[in-house]
Design a protein around this ligand. Structure first.
Ligand code: FAD
Ligand code: SF4
Length: 496
């Protein structure tokens, strides 16, 4: 602890965001550029260096948070970068995108605002790139063993980087035309600009990882043949099979899945398209689903220039303070949180029917109706109680020219033939079954990330990638490995 009184003398200060009116006119990150570094030293100094750092336990990667807080407070950025990269391959991703369960577990958070752990992480990562602390780390010698990683999201990338650095020859197969998984096509650029992804992929290429894009394993390449060519396979194909909305009118034109809409917006930002064919410009948009994917649709629709945007959440509006009985510290509580997209939509493009943040809580969709040409025009909903039972007299109708379904994902996509081509067993939830060593029922085939864990978070995907790499290295190296394994396949978040 550089300053033992830091937490008493310094209030919490977050990385400031650009004004909503300004940021919705572009796709750049929402934060004020250059504003993070000047404030981060005193913020890191608020860390109390607790004897039992619950933040460390709450982070699936086991990030050594008190250690790097102290190094930042002392201005030793190189050592801070080394400590951070010892547990996290991609801290600039988590520093921007993680919901920060560590902050819910921060001891300060018992009775005052937590340390800005996520901001400190991001500052260390960005400074590391600026100062050149992130030069490629190719292995000293090669093992002669080969691994194919299928899927280039955060789980596949983390697994590939760990295995390459351990000396194995690694090829990453990706069905999209670019590497990155949901970091590339899904998560909007205003949450994380893609240059951060490019930089890491360049680093990985320089270390020796090879990338084969536009190759869907199971469709473009035979999965069994691929398995025969490599010493081990890691399946990190994500959980991209989306859930449906089974209501009358679902078949109308103008009703789309969130993951049909968001990747097109990403492609506009990449320069592939002049405009998205599903652009929300001038339309009344209703998003069905109250989670983060829905919030990403909200921010994207506002930037498209929607006439109005409403997000429906079937759950009641949570409170702003932790329920000490149901979700005691240090668990990650369900709270009312105002994301950047809610802040923007509420101020700039809210539908008259919605609350100030463009959300309608405890709302269930009854049906969709359209015009004579079969295009959706209205969404009919009803208020529900905690048991999702309709409340009489709460029916209402929203104008809807574009309806986006953000209802979550059920498991890996099976249309490519990878799961069936290899004969992979699924568990009862529909995700790829694996044992304690991340091994599937098929010898030499391992599974990691959302494909096996189910829909989750980037921090868990990176932790999965690091852990499966350790398991594969053990398998290829006759039982020994120096690679760290932060989690087991059955570890779960610290939630109530
Ligand atoms: C819209 C959206 C926003 C999100 N925002 C956040 C956020 O802000 N913070 C957060 O922590 N989490 C967020 N998440 C969740 C997070 O993105 C995922 O948990 C994470 O990306 C999972 O990583 P993964 O590597 O397991 O899979 P993915 O990122 O899904 O990557 C899987 C990759 O495998 C490829 N693939 C699939 N099948 C094949 C095949 N047969 N052959 C070759 N390649 C194949 C896919 O094309 C894809 O590129 C978000 C999710 C969505 C949908
Ligand atoms: S990865 Fe997420 S949980 Fe871990 S320290 Fe960073 S913000 Fe916290």
């Amino acid at each position: 602890m550089a300053d033992p009184k830091g937490f008493l003398t310094t209030p919490r200060e977050d990385w400031p965001r650009r004004p909503a009116e300004e940021r919705v006119r572009d796709w750049d990150e929402v934060y004020v550029p250059g504003a993070l570094l000047p404030l981060i030293g005193p913020q890191a100094d608020r860390c109390m260096d607790c004897g039992v750092p619950f933040c460390h336990e709450a982070c699936p990667l086991g990030n050594l948070i008190p250690e790097w807080n102290e190094l930042v407070a002392r201005g030793d950025w190189r050592a801070a970068s080394d400590r951070l990269h010892a547990t996290n391959n991609f801290p600039e991703f988590t520093g921007r995108l993680c919901p920060a369960p560590c902050e819910a577990g921060c001891v300060l958070a018992i009775d005052q605002p937590a340390v800005t752990i996520k901001n400190v992480e991001c500052a260390i990562a960005d400074r590391a790139w600026e100062e050149g602390f992130t030069s490629p780390r190719p292995p000293d010698r090669l093992s002669g063993r080969t691994v194919a990683v299928i899927g280039s999201g955060p789980a596949g990338l983390a697994a590939a980087q760990q295995l390459t650095r351990a000396g194995h020859t690694v090829a990453v197969y990706e069905r999209d035309d670019r590497v990155g998984g949901l970091l590339r096509y899904g998560i909007p650029a205003f949450k994380m600009e893609k240059r951060h992804l490019e930089r890491r992929v360049d680093q990985m290429r320089a270390e020796g990882t090879r990338f084969r894009t536009s190759t869907a394993v199971g469709r473009d390449t035979d999965a069994a043949e691929l398995r025969a060519r490599y010493d081990a396979l890691v399946i990190a194909t994500g959980a991209t099979a989306w859930r449906e909305l089974p209501v009358p009118g679902r078949e109308l034109a103008g009703v789309h899945q969130a993951m049909e809409y968001l990747p097109l917006a990403n492609r506009v930002c990449e320069g592939d398209l002049a405009a998205s064919p599903l652009s929300a410009a001038g339309k009344h948009v209703v998003i069905v689903g109250g989670g983060d994917t829905g919030a990403d649709c909200l921010g994207t629709a506002v930037r498209d220039g929607a006439a109005s945007v409403t997000q429906l959440d079937i759950y009641a509006q949570p409170g702003t303070a932790r329920d000490e009985e149901a979700e005691p510290w240090p668990t990650y509580p369900r709270l009312y949180r105002l994301s950047v997209a809610h802040e923007e939509a509420g101020r700039l493009r809210s539908a008259p029917a919605a609350d100030a943040d463009a959300r309608l809580f405890a709302a269930s969709t009854l049906r969709l109706t359209g015009d004579t040409r079969g295009h959706v025009r209205s969404l009919h909903l009803v208020g529900v109680d905690a048991g999702r039972h309709p409340l009489p007299g709460t029916e209402r109708t929203l104008p809807a020219d574009l309806v986006l379904l953000a209802l979550g994902f059920s498991g890996p996509d099976r249309t490519d033939g990878l799961v069936d081509g290899l004969g992979l067993e699924l568990d009862p939830r529909g995700t790829i079954a694996r044992d304690r060593d991340f091994a599937t029922n098929v010898p030499r085939v391992f599974a990691a990330g959302d494909a096996a864990r189910g829909q989750s978070l980037i921090v868990w995907a990176i932790a999965e990638g690091r852990s499966v790499a350790a398991a594969v290295d053990r398998h290829l190296s006759d039982g020994g490995t120096r690679l760290p394994a932060p989690i087991g396949p059955y570890d779960r978040p610290m939630t109530a």
